[in-house]
Design a protein around this ligand. Structure first.
Ligand code: PA5
Length: 382
């Protein structure tokens, strides 16, 4: 079979994509619906009595910290970017074992780990409790939920059995709904509905049965084969650029890079002075929006003219939809789908992430961080 025929051959696709990641991804709009229902059914308590000494009161926060790693951290980044223009309090995403020093009783700490087993997330949960933060855990189960239950903390359990990156709706919408329940934002329902409609439309247009010549995402995957993709985003598409890059890493198993305007004009562009032998390995993916601010549009055009002429190719992905959320998720979805089609084209199963799993096992066997954290839970309960 010719390479150009692979993405239009359902038997070939099935043989490579053993966990059916492609169809799961095409159902993202349905996962969003399920995630919104789970978020809406969460009851925010007024208080959590952790121990005799420690009592947490849930009120309108002065700042928000969202802690999570990889596929579980991206929901926080998306929330941050989505609400840039309307969030009255600062939002920080923490990708580490410990929360920043300012975390305290006025902080809403949302601790996210899809598996519930990620040691950094477990550590930040206990950190949040020690700082007296208004702490809420989100996971599909695992140790994070059992720690939250022991400590009498509110928690949300989402659908299990997915790859964390596929579960992005479950790791984003509950956060948005908590922030709404706390009175920090309002009127999100219309945006949610539009987002699901846009995603459903894009899934229809780019489904597996739509042939390469009429399928935008298959064409993207085709152009990205045998190159190193570099995704350029801006403002509300910063997290989306990060996500696109990570999906190419984890699904397609290739190196990829991301950058963001206008910062990239102050460092990354100089790298394009390298020999054409090197720059010809890179394909640029520009995230575009018909409403992009004029200063960003001017920078994108100037960068294309001054630097990107040395790239193998420059591709553009247009955001779709009216609301900020629909536009962000439209590009996120196109990126996710591109990475899955690219994996299939290369001939690698998009689902397994062997090295991440091996790393976690190695850390747990050698250092038993989770065991030490379990002891700390007992101390906190005293
Ligand atoms: O995509 C992945 O599998 C990873 O980036 C994970 O999300 C990351 O390792 C954290 O694991 P979890 O999401 O289960 O907390």
């Amino acid at each position: 079979m010719k390479d150009s025929e692979k993405l239009d051959n359902s038997g070939y696709i099935k043989g490579i994509d053993k966990s059916d990641m492609l169809n799961l991804c095409l159902c993202t709009h349905q996962l969003c619906k399920e995630a919104i229902t789970i978020g809406r059914s969460f009851r925010l308590p007024q208080k959590a009595q952790v121990s005799k000494k420690l009592n947490i009161t849930y009120k309108k926060p002065k700042n928000i910290i969202i802690a999570g790693m990889g596929g579980s951290g991206i929901g926080g980044d998306l929330l941050h970017d989505w609400l840039l223009n309307r969030m009255p309090v600062p939002v920080e995403v923490c990708r580490d074992y410990h929360l920043p020093a300012y975390a305290g009783e006025e902080t809403l700490a949302l601790i996210v780990s899809y598996s519930g087993e990620t040691e950094e997330a477990l550590s930040t949960l206990l950190d949040a409790v020690e700082h007296g933060c208004m702490t809420i855990a989100i996971a599909s189960g695992g140790t994070l939920i059992s720690f939250a239950q022991k400590l009498h903390l509110p928690h949300i359990v989402v659908r299990s059995g997915l790859q964390p990156r596929v579960a992005v709706p479950f790791l984003f919408f509950p956060l948005a709904i908590i922030v709404e329940k706390m009175g920090l934002i309002s009127s999100v329902e219309e945006e949610f509905t539009e987002t699901m409609e846009v995603l459903e439309g894009l899934a229809f247009e780019n489904a597996a049965h739509v042939p390469l010549e009429r399928n935008f995402v298959k064409k993207m995957a085709w152009e990205l084969r045998s190159t190193i993709p570099v995704v350029y985003g801006f403002r509300e598409y910063r997290a989306v650029a990060v996500r696109f890059k990570s999906e190419l890493n984890e699904n397609s198993k290739i190196p990829a890079k991301w950058e963001s305007f206008p910062e990239l004009n102050h460092n990354d562009v100089v790298g394009w002075e390298a020999s054409i032998k090197l720059t010809k390995e890179l394909t640029i993916v520009l995230i575009r929006d018909s409403n992009e601010p004029p200063e960003i549009r001017n920078r994108i055009e100037a960068t294309k003219k001054l630097s990107l002429i040395k790239a193998r190719k420059v591709l553009e992905v247009q955001a779709r939809g009216k609301s900020a959320l629909a536009r962000m998720f439209s590009v996120l979805f196109l990126g996710d789908l591109t990475s899955i089609y690219l994996a299939i084209l290369i001939g690698v199963d998009p689902a397994p992430v062997k090295i991440i799993t091996a790393m976690k096992k190695e850390m747990q066997q050698n250092y038993n961080v989770v065991g030490k954290l379990a002891d700390k839970v007992e101390t906190l309960l005293r």
